[in-house]
Design a protein around this ligand. Sequence first.
Ligand SMILES: NC(=O)c1ccc[n+]([C@@H]2O[C@H](COP(=O)([O-])OP(=O)(O)OC[C@H]3O[C@@H](n4cnc5c(N)ncnc54)[C@H](O)[C@@H]3O)[C@@H](O)[C@H]2O)c1
Ligand SMILES: N[C@H](C(=O)O)[C@H](O)COP(=O)(O)O
Length: 345
Amino acid sequence: MRPLVITAGEPAGIGPDLILGLAANGAEVGRPWLAIGDPELFRQRAAQLDLAVEVVALADGEAPQMAPGRLSLWPVALRSPCQAGTLSLANAGHVLECLDVAIAACRAGRAAAMVTAPLHKGVIIEAGWTQFTGHTEYLRDACGIDEVVMMLATDDALHARQPGWQGDPGLRVALATTHLPLRDVADAITPASLGRVLRILDHDLRCDFGIARPRIAVCGLNPHAGEDGHLGREELEVITPTLEALRGEGLTLDGPLPADTLFTPRHLAGVDAVLAMYHDQGLAVLKYAGFGRGANLTLGLPIVRTSVDHGTALDLAASGRADGGSLRVALNLAAEMAAARAASA
Ligand SMILES: NC(=O)c1ccc[n+]([C@@H]2O[C@H](COP(=O)([O-])OP(=O)(O)OC[C@H]3O[C@@H](n4cnc5c(N)ncnc54)[C@H](O)[C@@H]3O)[C@@H](O)[C@H]2O)c1
Ligand SMILES: N[C@H](C(=O)O)[C@H](O)COP(=O)(O)O
């Protein structure tokens, strides 16, 4: 069975700690999984964390043997020694190389899905990859497509993709724009970009989450959704006409609604996902609702990619205090999505 792969992310951050935690407990997800990173880094971190984990670098084509206390790796060497908690420009290339190995394996069908531990965007940009803004955009470009959609969801919302789920519906929040300065956001929201994002969101909610007719609530950009044009005109000139056109294509869309009150239980009832106009409009609410218990996924890709809902937490690296809940959720989600895609292929 094709394995899931987990990229180690920023070596000085908590990614290696969390992966070792999964291996120590023998995380069972119904298919084998392995990490991509530097074996020596993982051995050092295991010693610092006092975790009894045997780190095994796999040879080409060798299958991972799953057992509690064993971590299989596709080895990618660090460029420079790593000290937990301290960023090094020299290792930015290593972080991207791990991603490239994972993407190539997924695209070639040697891996079933990829899960990413957190990386540090700033150190990659400072090391010379000046156009880098995050995994999401890097994956879009690596897969040669025009648009992808970042969606984060609480754990409940991820289970809710399974028919018959009776529990809490949780919260799914997708973003119309991702990693860009706030002053550039309004110009980045165009009828074309918004149309692409909403079509991808609607499509992937149907295909990957099994929702027959997704209902998506769309936030306005401005306070009170522009107050009839008195507090901003993007709702009147861009968002409303785009939603009207998409309703004509069969999408079920509410809005644009004032974001502050959209995120209240009455407005969220019956909504399958919220589309926020920018990063912190949506993710502040999502992380308040379930930080450490949700996952991030990239919609619109030809491969399955999930991630954690938190960052590198350099302050916690090698401390043993980092919570591995989100990585477990992301790994489970990747396994479920890979199985669903295989079943429908
Ligand atoms: N998926 C990703 O690759 C990803 C996601 C978010 C942020 N980042 C990057 O991470 C870096 C640091 O970002 P930040 O400081 O804004 O956010 P952060 O999530 O790293 O840290 C925010 C706070 O949450 C705590 N925290 C984070 N993860 C935790 C965990 N697993 N267990 C316990 N506490 C945890 C941290 O100690 C810190 O106090 C930035 O470069 C950012 O771009 C990457
Ligand atoms: N926007 C994400 C978050 O706040 O959790 C995070 O920066 C990760 O984004 P990528 O998956 O694109 O790296």
